[in-house]
Design a binder for this molecule. Structure first.
Ligand code: MTE
Length: 376
């Protein structure tokens, strides 16, 4: 009998096994389901081009026949209905720029290590999304007064440890978040129809929340009278402080924490002595960035932080998007340096040196550090 192909057996350069669409520019972190991230140097533009935009799938990319595809809107509503792709594209569109960051981004920096896909710092990107506000569809359906949440269901299915049978990828939003004007059923990404790997023909975009809420391959929007108990909402995208079996109450992962990253220079590079402009990006969930600061500590001071320099924001701070920043720095002396960046948002939230450890390594926003060597 032929052996079933084992997960993760082929080489990391074999991209055909991950839906055939993973760009050569991305680093494949997991083959099936496909997970791929951008090297930080490629995240240097205001808008992340589609071929530099990270991919995070839990199950294989579903095969969808556009002629048969429908979006159902139902549950606790007065007038449930279905829309074809043509009908959805005929609705008044809304276009916005929003950042998407996976809740597990930077998990590799968590110490001690945490469970999950070992993302470095590239599981994020900012895109221009176009689609129909979810609120318009909900109003059309007539949400009942008893409604609490909106459940978004994707067409992709698979198995998860400890869960009987196959499940779909599903996530819920509180009704108020689902009704925000920027929460979209998106059809286009950076001016192009969504690609299969990013959720064609339609996906949710939930600005301000971690990426898990932006459900791809959307097929159903269900208004619910009670909190949703699905696996991804109650077991997967949750903060578990002390390990899986302690009985400690878990909290759902929702809003993005304030965070920043250095996109240049790259980790471990050697530079000639001189003056440089360090570059990067900073963002937060429900608040715009107020300031970004950079520090360089060196082997000469035994790593002690001397002073924080104020970076210049290159983009108008925006609640749902990142602001790129630049900070001149004097690296004229030879030595080993650690560059650290720290962002503070307009609500006063700032990044910790070490984000609280949690079992699944979610929402890590520890200060990003990059090591460089200055040598003649
Ligand atoms: N939607 C479906 N249907 N299935 C998924 O596996 N992954 C989620 C979200 N939507 C996922 C999904 C997660 S965890 C993230 S971070 C984003 O999609 C990633 O979106 P991208 O692959 O377009 O970058």
């Amino acid at each position: 009998m032929a052996e079933a192909p084992a997960r993760g057996r082929s080489t990391l350069t074999d991209r055909s096994s991950v839906g055939g669409e993973i760009s050569e520019l991305l680093e494949v972190v997991n083959r099936e389901p496909a997970c791929a991230e951008a090297p930080p140097a490629l995240l240097d533009s205001a808008i992340t081009p589609n071929d530099r935009f990270f991919v995070r799938n839990h199950f294989p990319v579903p095969t969808i026949d556009l002629q048969k595809w429908k979006l159902e809107v139902g549950g606790a509503v007065a007038r449930p209905f279905e829309l074809t792709y043509e009908e959805l594209t005929g609705r008044p569109p809304r276009t916005l720029r929003a950042l998407l960051e996976c809740a597990g981004n930077s998990r590799r920096a968590m110490y001690p290590p945490a469970e999950g896909v070992p993302w470095k710092h590239g599981a994020l990107g900012a895109a221009e999304w176009q689609g129909v506000p979810l609120s318009a569809l909900l109003s059309e359906a007539g949400v009942l007064d008893s409604a609490q949440e909106v459940v978004l269901t994707g067409a992709d299915r698979g198995t998860e440890p400890g869960v009987p049978g196959e499940i779909a990828f599903e996530m819920s939003l509180p009704l108020a978040k689902a009704q925000e004007p920027d929460t979209l059923v998106a059809l286009r990404m950076n001016g192009e129809p969504l690609s299969a790997i990013h959720g064609a023909p339609a996906r949710a975009i939930v600005p301000g929340w971690y990426g898990m809420a932006s459900v791809k391959w959307l097929t159903r929007v269900t208004v619910s009278n009670e909190p949703f108990g699905g696996f991804f909402r109650t077991q997967s995208y949750v903060m578990i402080p002390e390990g899986p079996d302690t009985g400690t109450p878990v909290l759902p992962v929702t809003t993005l924490r304030v965070k920043s990253m250095i996109t240049w220079p790259g980790e471990g590079v050697t530079l000639a002595p001189g003056s440089y402009a360090v570059r990067g990006a900073a963002w937060s969930g429900e608040s715009a960035i107020a300031r970004v600061e950079l520090t360089a500590s060196s082997s000469k001071t035994n790593g002690a932080v001397e002073r924080w320099l104020l970076a210049r924001l290159l983009d108008e701070p925006s609640t749902h998007n990142w602001s790129r920043w630049e900070c001149p720095i004097d690296l004229s002396e030879e030595g080993h340096f650690v560059l650290r960046v720290r962002a503070t948002d307009q609500a006063g939230n700032t990044q910790p040196a070490h984000a609280p450890w949690n079992y699944r390594g979610m929402s890590t926003n520890s200060i990003h550090a990059v090591r460089v060597t200055v040598r003649r």
